[in-house]
Design a protein around this ligand. Sequence first.
Ligand code: DX5
Length: 226
Amino acid sequence: MRAVEVVASALAADPTRLGLELEAAEHAGADRVQWDIMDGHFVPNFTFGPHVVAAARQVSRLPFEAHLMVEEPGELLGAFVDAGCERLIVHAEACRQLHRVLGRIGELGAKAGVALNPATPVSAVRHVLDLVDLVLVMTVNPGFGGQSYLSSMEEKIGEAARLVTERGLEIQIEVDGGIAPETAPGVVRSGARALVAGTAVFGAAGGPAVGVRALREAARKGLVGA
Ligand code: DX5
């Protein structure tokens, strides 16, 4: 596993050529794909269903993770595992029974991640860290790509990273929202080791190969300063 992983957010891929976009992300060296699943309730947007992920699974060799920005995701877990996602990330704010939902993901044979909106403290997940291998610190308010990065989240990224280190847990800190070469050094310096990027990958001038390379170079700068 690389020191810092680049995760291509499918939200920013051209939906009219999704297969080709995922192929380009793979050739660019992205480590995995994140599917931004939105239900129009937890966030004011609506995106992919399991059938789109399952179709993409037929043409991409990259690992898939689903970022479930949906209310009460418990009923959807099996569908996204069956569609080919090896990790499911649910929001702490969207689950009345978060511990139970995370345990259910493990029972389905998938890896579990938990996401925190900008206003949600790290303490909201301190009692479920034994059930996850990833904590996603949102660096925008979820719902749309292309938003401005919230630098105020760097303190929270550091808090999450310290908590994981103190507990001696193998948990990756992932960040999502406005991640670009300009913002990557700061999140990596704070402790992020997985960078979710849509605009900076699929919207990069020169395409994903240029975008992924620029993110990796920026991440290296952050590691030097970490
Ligand atoms: C949250 C979404 C976006 C997306 C990345 O609404 O999860 O953060 O993946 O968006 P960019 O990289 O375009 O800011």
